[in-house]
Structure formats: structure tokens, C-alpha cells
Design a protein around this ligand. Structure first.
Ligand code: NAP
Length: 309
């Protein structure tokens, strides 16, 4: 599949929070400061080039966090250096919750610490208001089910003050989403979901019914592309790559789905955005639709310790 003339706009669009128009193909910035969980460190010039090329390719939704940092590099600083002053239509989504202690380890921010986290993002990104802030809780093994009311109320107060336009929740269950919605509107949910990890399908459907964007993390599996016969077969049929097949499947899975694949390379960025123009057939979707029918061998290494997400 030639990707020369395909831009993110080919993926269609979504109105985030009802008023921010974004292409459904976006970009996740977590892989820019470091390619893996503990390195190797990213290359600053390449990271800046990737961000600028993403915008050239029509990406207008970039996902970041203060805690996406490694050594001297941080995603927020790279985004600001590459793109500020920002194009009018660019939506930058960030997350608060995890925070770095003095030894660099991540812990969970309490309600009173979330103002500083939001203000930190504003300063790092050079913004007066953040478009979308997710409250992110727990590890990557799925939602913990903890009560989030106090923390979400703290963010809702910052939204009322005008520091944040829209709120989201990340790594949350349906019950936690409902708890948040008692406090303030939720514009987006960011949970783990991909061809190979489809357990969150119920929450995806809740989001689609309520016009909440569902923005999966690890859209390409997170730990290296899977080696699965069915995915390989669909990719071969369309003469596209496994990554493009996985992204096209996500976008076809629900109109509420927004893709934010992360990469540290220009070649993968172009390949990923190129999948915005790929349309899978109903047979392809049936073939890829059932997690329990996939025989996935993920070749990528598992993280040596809890990844910093
Ligand atoms: N809310 C949360 O808890 C949470 C957790 C994790 C991530 N996130 C967000 O979600 C975004 C997406 O997740 P992710 O970046 O971890 O995972 P991902 O998109 O599933 O996978 C990224 C990995 O796949 C590789 N890759 C990317 N494009 C590729 C291609 N075309 N061919 C082969 N390999 C490719 C990347 O390596 P290369 O650098 O070599 O391309 C990187 O190792 C993140 O960037 C971050 O913004 C959120």
C-alpha cells in the first residue's frame, strides 16, 4: 500500500467533548523520550522531526504526559519545542495521576497534588488551557476499581476555573467512569485495547453510546507487534503491514475509536498514518474480531518492571 498521499484526515473525524474536531488517526508521544520502558533514550532531533511530520501528515491529536520522560528528554518539552506556537486545530491531550518522586519512581498523586500536575503540564506545553486532561489511575494490568471521586472532583474544579477544557479517565472500569460522570462530563476514556487485547469491549460500547471518545493505549500491542496467522493473512490480502492492519481494525471497530499509535521513527509514523486510508472488509473484521480465536505470539519483550505509563 502506498502511503505517499494519505493523511490522517482519511481516518474521518470525531468531535472531542462535542467541540474539538480531531482526525481519528492521532499520535502518542510516549515513545519519543525513550523507545522502551527503561530506554534506550530517544534521539532529540528525530523526535522533533517525528512531531513536525505528524502535523504535516494531518495529525491534530497528540497524546502526552509530564511523566513521559527519560534522562534529558520529556514528551511535553519536545512537543513545545517542535510545534509551539501550535497550529489552531491541534489538540494536545495529557494525563495526570502518576507522578515522579525524587528518585524518579512513579506514585499516584492525591487530590491535593493534581493542581500542581495540571499547572506543570500548562507550563511545560506553554499553554493557558489544556484541551483534554485524563485522570489516570493504576497499573497496566487493568482498572483497579479504586474510588476516584475525590481526585476527579479536584480536576473538575480546575476545569471550572478554566485551566482545562475537557476531562477524561484512563485505565478505568465502567463503574469508575460512572462515578466520574456524577461529578463532571467525561469526553474520553483511555484504556488498553487492540486486536490482541479486546477485554474492554463493554466499556467501548458504553463510550460509543454516550459519544465519549475511546482512545486505546497500546494500539499495536505495546510490547512489539504480534505474530498471528489471522492478522498476517489480512495484512497479506491488503498488501499492508501488520501495524497498518491493527490500526485499520481499531478504526473500523467503532466510530468512537481514536487511534494514537506511538513511535520514535519517521518511517513508522508514515506507515501508521498511511493506514488511515485502509478499509478492511466485513470478512477481515470477522476474522480479527474475536480475541479468543487469535493465536498470538507476541515476540516483544515484556517489561522488566512496571512500565511508566
Ligand atoms: N493511559 C495509559 O495508561 C497509557 C499507557 C501506555 C501508552 N499510552 C499512550 O498511548 C500511546 C500508544 O501506546 P504505545 O506507544 O505504548 O504503544 P503502541 O502504539 O501499541 O506501540 C508502540 C510500539 O510499537 C512500535 N511501532 C510503532 N509503529 C510501528 C510500526 N509501524 N511497525 C512496527 N513497530 C511499530 C514502536 O516502536 P518504534 O519506536 O520503533 O516505532 C513502539 O515500540 C502512547 O504513545 C501514549 O501516548 C497511555
Amino acid at each position: 500500500m502506498t502511503t505517499d498521499h494519505i493523511t490522517a484526515t482519511a481516518s474521518g473525524h470525531w468531535m472531542l467533548g462535542g467541540d474539538l474536531r480531531v482526525s481519528r488517526m492521532g499520535f502518542g508521544a510516549m515513545r519519543l523520550p525513550a523507545r522502551g520502558w527503561n530506554g534506550p533514550a530517544g534521539d532529540r532531533d528525530t523526535a522533533l522531526a517525528v512531531l513536525r511530520r505528524a502535523v504535516e501528515l494531518g495529525v491534530d491529536h497528540i497524546d502526552t504526559a509530564s511523566f513521559y520522560a527519560h534522562g534529558d528528554l520529556s514528551a511535553n518539552e519536545l512537543i513545545r519545542s517542535a510545534l509551539h506556537p501550535y497550529p489552531d486545530q491541534l489538540v494536545i491531550a495529557t494525563k495526570v495521576g502518576p507522578q515522579r518522586g525524587s528518585e524518579g519512581r512513579l506514585s499516584e498523586a492525591g487530590p491535593s497534588e493534581l493542581r500542581a500536575a495540571v499547572e506543570g503540564n500548562l507550563t511545560e506545553l506553554g499553554l493557558d488551557r489544556l484541551d483534554l486532561v485524563y485522570l489516570r489511575v493504576g497499573g497496566i494490568d487493568g482498572p483497579t476499581g479504586d474510588r476516584i471521586g475525590e481526585r476527579f472532583s479536584a480536576l473538575a474544579a480546575l476545569r471550572d476555573e478554566g485551566l482545562v477544557r475537557h476531562l477524561g479517565v484512563s485505565n478505568m472500569s465502567a463503574e469508575q467512569l460512572a462515578e466520574a460522570q456524577q461529578i463532571a462530563p467525561v469526553a474520553a476514556v483511555q484504556n488498553r485495547f487492540s486486536v490482541t487485547v479486546q477485554e474492554d469491549v463493554e466499556l467501548l460500547e458504553i463510550c460509543a453510546r454516550q459519544n465519549i471518545a475511546y482512545v486505546p493505549f497500546f494500539p499495536l500491542g505495546g510490547f512489539g507487534l504480534p505474530d498471528d496467522d489471522r492478522i498476517n493473512r489480512v495484512a497479506e490480502r491488503h498488501r499492508v503491514t501488520v501495524a497498518q492492519t491493527m490500526l485499520a481494525w481499531l478504526l473500523a471497530r467503532s466510530p468512537a475509536m481514536l487511534a494514537i499509535p506511538g513511535t520514535s521513527t519517521l518511517a513508522h509514523l508514515e506507515e501508521n498514518v498511511g493506514s488511515a486510508g485502509l478499509r478492511l472488509s466485513p470478512e477481515d473484521l470477522t476474522e480479527l474480531g474475536r480475541r479468543d480465536q487469535l493465536s498470538v505470539h507476541a515476540p516483544g519483550r515484556q517489561p522488566a518492571q512496571e512500565p511508566e505509563v
